[in-house]
Design a binder for this molecule. Structure first.
Ligand code: SF4
Ligand code: SF4
Length: 150
């Protein structure tokens, strides 16, 4: 697919939706980043009827939300579970778009998220604290769950 810059999801934008309170796109980006196996002959791209999937420069799948028609064909065909059904419930809605480059918009985004799940910070990536850089504007923190042995 020819890359059209106007169709690319800007790194600093996040979406809010009725059932995910703004975390949908962050979760999708994180899931793609950490579970996509960068298949050489990516079946998800081949099966997509809307040309909505593309590889980024590192080979990780990204979805053009404005092209996706939520058919879930990629969910069915991805052998590694990268494509989770709930990514495809909502279509892009520009009214719910937050520009994280704008401080006031970013503050509104944090307010729209479930309490304690998003915050404004000037911290840097720090794998020792399980903090990873998702893109130029977003850090994610991985929480390690441990099971106590009996
Ligand atoms: S099929 Fe799944 S693992 Fe393979 S490139 Fe597509 S999303 Fe990634
Ligand atoms: S759900 Fe969207 S990205 Fe997946 S195959 Fe259908 S149109 Fe393509």
């Amino acid at each position: 697919m020819t890359q059209n810059p106007s169709l690319m999801l800007p790194e600093a934008l996040c979406y809010s939706s009725a059932n995910t309170n703004g975390l949908k796109t962050i979760r999708e980006l994180a899931t793609f980043r950490f579970t996509c196996r960068r298949c050489e002959d990516a079946p998800c791209i081949a099966v997509c009827p809307a040309d909505a999937l593309e590889k980024d420069e590192e080979g990780v799948i990204m979805r053009h939300t404005n092209l996706c028609v939520s058919c879930k064909s990629c969910v069915t065909i991805c052998p590694f579970g990268t494509m989770m059904t709930d990514f495809f419930i909502h279509h892009r809605n520009k009214d719910l778009l937050y520009d994280l480059c704008d401080h006031e918009e970013a503050r509104k985004f944090v307010e729209a998220c479930p309490p304690g799940t998003a915050m404004l910070t000037d911290r840097k990536e720090n794998p020792e604290e399980h903090i990873y850089k998702l893109n130029e504007k977003v850090l994610i923190r991985e929480y390690i769950y441990e099971t106590e042995k009996e």
